[in-house]
Write a new protein. Structure first.
Lengths: 509, 527
């Protein structure tokens, strides 16, 4: 049957655009459908009213180097390569400054104030984390086969390469990487450092964006994951805002003959005899395509867009059981510029117990009284008058009250807490725009406000992401591919999921 | 040959040490077991704390003891008698209760009373968990290979492991992968809705760990406790005649029948090393015993940091042992009673008194109990697992009187300011006050009370950190990694020195597998 398009991609987030680019470059006729009026998904730079411009969800985003290369994007166009500081505010003016992209002397000096021994070990730690990230990177580049029986040539070889890579890390390092994954970051950092300040500052990155505490098993893995996606501890801010990355992807896509339609929410994925045949938009328009890619989270894609009726019952039950658990809020503040905050990435994470207590609240559906904050001032719009606060924990599912009142609470606790660790900040506040987990869902299409389309927990990673046996981007519906953050390779801004999915689909057709 | 010359010396007369010694003796070795205390049994022993009242001081139920060990050592012949624990009752503060019986259909009806939806799920859940436990069982009796090594032994081990993985269906494989990594709360939330049911089931996922039910990895611990077997019947927990001491006594008798010499009040000072090999041990009283094989059934810290000088181990190995987590998290309160506690939910003497009584109203209840412990305090509202051994074995207490054993979590080893008598009393009082909410007459019945903190477990049973499993059942402390990467095969970097206790694979519980596997390693090496 003649279809209008070779491929439809649902969602113009970075993964959707990456997949679309790969497909278009392979000569496919591709249509990308975006529900919002702007492309970018989580990678958007938006204005909240005259001059109040900020990176809505993420302070930075780094596409995989191979994606940048393959799609002919020029990294220099959007990546700032200045030395990046990661500063932990410890109260009473004390702070700890960490660098991971350079074993700079100032760095060691800063650590020595807390522990000479830790200062000694820092370079070795950074080297180990970079090696661990290198392994994880190899894993994310390798689509996971269906265990135990998989096609030897098609899937076995890449897997063998991965194991070889793991092997090349050497017996000792292999053990350290694999073991560290299931550890809590509290234990992992305990094996490296003695200074609470250093341990907590590192632990903060491990719980960033996930609903886990520093004492939760598996935060060793999330540390490596976030380290890989950021290329260290600090953000690499995109010159001109993360939206520039989206622009680069859209430009490349259009230049390749691709078609992008915004304000086109997909209501249904059309299925005929277990095969995806196209989509129906909210407006009623049906568009046919040979294959359909969805960057929406697996649960929304399969249970809402496809519908449980089309799926094997046990599969549907498993999809229902995917853990989505948003607990992040973003508080953007326009200041008079006299906020007194240093540039770079700042965190409020004085001790491991502080982080753990912040998480405890989320377990019971409450907002942290003393939240973990990550603060960036390097605003694209103007010279640092915009302060963006990443707030944890603010659980999507509140046990008491709802988000209409809770928004004010988050806003106030964010500003008060930051003012407590950076006195004088409050006085500089002019305008505030808060984005709650609810908004993540309603505005940005993130189910339950989960930035990762599914928690980064041990039982939802690698060949178990999104579900055991379904980490190869395929679904029980032929021609329907998952390529969002909820699949292996996903979580964070890297484009791995979109890249891998496109690769698999192109092998098939 | 001097009387102090043996083929093998085993340090510690806990169940693992005695089992290892028995297997060595069975192979014709001249074996001595050295016990610090005046009694054998380690953490599995029964003592008369108050005249006429006998308690299993530490461990209290039997289920995990491997059936092949029971057969090989003919333990029934030596007096091992397992009496079934027919039920688990979870009382609620509102006067209702949830009961789990040893009869699946009865339990199903009981669950139905609270939640028809859960009753439906219960059947499938039980099948799935039983299958998973069966599927993972071969791992228990497997010697973990070293994946980073290319030695024939390890490659064979990996091959065996691969064969095992292939023997599983795709479904089983995934289920196990999930169970090993999940939190018990996530697992149970997928199946059930009724809080007390989830709370009670999640409890077996935290026993002996320093984790809450929402911590990833606890589903494995839950499964670990699912692997219990009595007379081949899965998941039936039992109580040993004369307490778990009865188990040790039976194993000791079996060992002695096999010619094993057991020396009590024999504290090991140090392992004697001659030309880079373990050659014997030096006792605190100055005696020296000689053997070409020395096996420690003590915890990893004592085994590798205390008995042997650091210089005999690679620095990395020592570091790994130092990092090995042994944080005790549970305490015990043993109570002598002049009458049965009367539970509001089931007044009068009833079947609940013959089974386990679990204070676990919800997952949140247990999680909050954990929250307090991780910040250095004992739980104000603890999880408690009670049994009344005297109801099952009348010989445990004077006629009409009873002994009650309460396993309590959480009580952190590293409590703020350290444990002292005042804190121990406060802890005991908290436990009684908690039970009182469900059995108001408990105080009037008490004629004696023994409170055991992790510090006491360390002091009395000699387990560093007071962790009942000699080391937490954390993912990265299991199988390949237990007690340390590359040394999970019961051998140690010091030739002639072996390790066979709960701190080795497959870990905790009165299971005995470690002792057996370690003995086999010795025999394989021609020791």
């Amino acid at each position: 049957m003649r279809t209008q398009y070779d491929a439809i991609v649902i969602g113009a987030g970075h993964n959707g655009l990456v997949a679309a680019n790969y497909l278009a470059r392979a000569g496919k006729k591709v249509l990308v459908l975006e529900r919002r009026d702007i492309a970018g998904g989580q990678l958007v730079t938006e204005s909240f009213g005259d001059g109040f411009v900020a990176d809505s969800l993420h302070a930075s985003g780094r596409l995989r180097p191979d994606v940048v290369r393959d799609l002919g994007l020029s990294r220099s166009a959007f990546e700032d390569t200045a030395a990046l500081s990661y500063t932990s505010l410890l109260g009473d003016g004390a702070k700890l400054e960490l660098y991971t992209n350079a074993s700079g002397a100032p760095n060691v000096e800063s650590i020595r104030r807390y522990s000479a021994r830790d200062a000694e070990r820092w370079a070795e730690f950074v080297a180990f984390m970079d090696r661990a990230a290198e392994f994880l990177d190899a894993a994310y580049r390798t689509p996971m086969p269906r265990l135990p029986h998989f096609k030897a040539i098609e899937e076995g070889l890449p897997l063998a390469r991965l194991l070889w890579k793991l092997r090349r890390l050497g017996g000792k390092d292999m053990f350290r990487v694999v073991r560290a994954m299931s550890m809590s970051v509290e234990e992992f950092t305990d094996n490296w450092f003695e200074s609470e300040a250093v341990r907590a500052a590192v632990s903060a990155l491990a719980i960033h964006g996930v609903t886990l505490g520093a004492m939760s098993a598996g935060t060793g893995y999330t540390l490596m994951h976030n380290w890989l996606n950021r290329g260290g501890l600090a953000h690499r801010p995109a010159a001109g805002g993360v939206g520039k990355i989206t622009d680069a992807l859209v430009d490349a896509f259009k230049a390749g003959g691709g078609e992008l339609r915004t304000s086109s929410p997909v209501q249904q994925i059309l299925v005929d005899r277990q095969r995806a045949t196209g989509v129906r938009l909210a407006g009623g328009e049906a568009i046919s395509a040979a294959i359909v890619f969805s960057t929406a989270d697996p649960r929304h894609t399969l249970l809402t867009l496809v519908g449980a009726a089309e799926l094997p019952p046990e599969f549907a039950w498993q999809v229902q059981s995917i853990k989505l658990r948003g607990s992040v809020a973003k508080v953007h503040v326009e200041t008079d510029g006299r906020h007194g905050l240093p540039a770079g990435t700042l965190v409020v994470a004085p001790t491991i117990k502080y982080l753990e207590r912040a998480y405890d609240a989320a377990k019971y559906g409450e907002i942290s009284a003393q939240p973990y904050l990550e603060v960036t001032t390097s605003s694209p719009a103007d010279a640092g008058s915009i302060v963006s606060i990443h707030f944890q924990f603010a659980p999507y599912a509140l046990r008491h009250g709802d988000w209409s009142d809770a928004t004010a609470t988050v806003q106030q606790r964010a500003i008060d807490t930051l003012d407590q660790f950076a006195p004088g900040f409050k006085a500089s506040v002019k305008r505030v725009h808060t984005i709650t987990p609810r908004d993540f869902e309603s505005t940005y299409g993130l189910s339950e406000g989960d930035l990762n389309h599914g928690q980064l927990i041990l039982d939802q990673m690698f060949f178990m992401r999104p579900l055991p046996g379904w980490s190869n981007h395929k679904t029980p519906i032929d021609g329907l591919y998952l390529c969002g953050s909820g699949v292996h390779g996903g979580g964070g801004i890297s484009g791995a999921s979109g890249r891998n999915a496109a690769g698999i689909a192109l092998k098939q057709t | 040959m001097s009387s102090n010359q043996y083929d093998a010396i085993v340090i510690g007369a806990g169940h693992n040490g005695l089992i290892a010694a028995s297997y060595l003796a069975r192979a014709g070795k001249r074996v001595v077991v050295l016990e610090r205390r005046e009694v054998v049994g380690g953490a599995a022993m029964t003592e008369e704390i108050f005249p006429g009242y006998r308690f299993t001081e530490f461990s209290y139920v039997v289920s995990l003891l491997r059936p092949e060990i029971i057969r090989d050592l003919e333990l029934p012949k030596h007096g091992l008698k397992i009496l079934p624990l027919p039920s688990t009752v979870t009382p609620f503060e509102n006067g209702d209760y949830l009961a789990g019986w040893d009869d699946h259909d009865l339990t199903r009806q009981e669950v139905y009373r609270h939640s028809p939806k859960d009753a439906e799920a219960y059947d499938e859940y039980s099948r799935v968990m039983a299958r998973a436990a069966k599927a993972i069982k071969p791992i228990i009796s497997m010697v973990p290979p070293d994946p980073s090594s290319l030695s024939p032994r390890d490659l064979l081990g990996l091959l065996k492991l691969g064969k095992y993985a292939k023997s599983l269906t795709e479904k089983e494989l995934y289920r196990i992968a999930k169970l090993v990594t999940q939190s018990s709360a996530d697992l149970l939330d997928e199946w059930f809705e009724f809080d007390p049911l989830k709370g009670t089931k999640s409890a077996s996922g935290i026993i002996g760990t320093f984790l809450g039910p929402r911590s990833p990895g606890t589903a494995y611990v839950l499964l670990h406790h699912y692997m219990g077997e009595i007379d081949g019947a899965f998941r039936a927990w039992g109580f040993a005649k004369n307490g778990t001491g009865g188990v040790s006594a039976a194993i000791a008798r079996s060992a002695q029948a096999l010619g094993v010499e057991v020396r009590t009040n024999a504290t090991v000072q140090q392992v004697v090393v001659k030309n880079g090999r373990a050659a014997g041990v030096a006792l605190a009283n100055g005696d020296e015993l000689h053997a070409k094989t020395v096996m420690s059934a003590a915890d990893p810290k004592r085994t590798f940091l205390q008995f042997v000088e650091e210089k005999y181990f690679p620095g990395e190995f020592t570091q790994a042992i130092k990092n090995f987590r042994v944080r005790g998290s549970s305490g015990k309160v043993n109570i002598a009673l002049n009458a049965l506690p009367d539970f509001t939910c089931l007044p009068g003497e009833g079947p609940l008194h013959r089974g386990a009584i679990s204070i676990s109203p919800s997952i949140d209840y247990i999680e909050r109990a954990y929250d307090e412990a991780k910040y250095g305090a004992f739980s104000k509202n603890p999880y408690i697992d009670m049994i009344i051994p005297s109801m099952i074995d009348r010989d445990m207490a004077p006629p009409g009187h009873h002994v009650m054993s309460c396993f309590v979590q959480y009580a952190p080893y590293d409590i703020d300011g350290g444990w002292d008598d005042a804190k121990r009393d406060a802890f005991g009082e908290t436990v009684i006050a908690t039970i009182e909410k469900y059995a108001p007459n408990i105080r009037q019945c008490i004629v004696g009370k023994q409170v055991i903190t992790p510090k006491d477990i360390e002091r009395i049973a000699g387990i560093t950190g007071g962790n009942i499993f000699h080391g937490e059942l954390l993912l990265h402390q299991l199988f390949f990694f237990r007690p340390a990467p590359q040394w999970a095969d019961f051998r140690t970097p010091l030739p002639g020195y072996y390790f066979g206790a709960s701190g080795a694979h497959p870990g905790g519980g009165v299971m005995g597998a470690a002792g057996k596997l370690a003995a086999e390693a010795v025999l394989k090496d021609g020791g």
